[in-house]
Design a protein around this ligand. Structure first.
Ligand SMILES: [Zn+2]
Length: 162
């Protein structure tokens, strides 16, 4: 083996190792949440967030896969470069900016704990951002403006009911 191909070989080994580690971290995230695949992760995100969050995925190579994509259940952790969380706010065109986690950022971590914490934090930021948009746009007649009055005697700070 020439020195050059040895370097190439080592680089390839390194990339394979990193790819495997990233897939393992992502699988650990699914396991931690009790979701057997990304379709289930998407459903449970929607079900267990107040804002009804959804999942986004970017495959290696850059192709996006959104929550309504029929391929979602067939996607394996090794296919994924980044995962994202987003939501819409009913009755408004405003939406929080999608929160993305690039697995490359976590590739050299020893375990999945930072990825799992990062994902949970992203979900929480989406919840908070959706709540802020809701509060800015869903004041009822009792609130007297578009902004929800936390002391409103009619909606008690919940805003207009859609
Ligand atoms: Zn009100």
């Amino acid at each position: 083996m020439s020195p050059m191909s040895e370097i190439e070989y080592e680089r390839q080994q390194e990339e394979e190792w990193l790819g495997q580690t990233m897939a393992e971290h992502l699988q650990a995230l699914l396991d931690e949440r009790g979701d057997e695949d990304f379709a289930r992760l998407n459903r449970n995100l929607y079900k267990y967030t107040d804002c009804g969050a959804y999942l986004g995925i970017t495959l290696w190579g850059g192709e996006p896969v959104w929550s309504h994509d029929k391929r979602l259940p067939t996607i394996r952790p090794g296919d994924v470069q980044s995962i994202g969380v987003g939501t819409i706010v009913e009755g408004t065109d405003a939406a929080p900016e999608m929160e993305w986690l690039d697995l490359l950022t976590y590739a050299e971590d020893e375990d999945a704990s930072r990825l799992i914490e990062g994902f949970n934090a992203a979900v929480q930021r989406i919840e908070d951002a959706a709540q802020d948009i809701w509060n800015e746009t869903h004041g009822c007649d009792g609130c007297g403006s578009e902004v929800v009055d936390p002391n409103c005697p009619v909606c008690h700070g919940d805003g207009i009911i859609i």
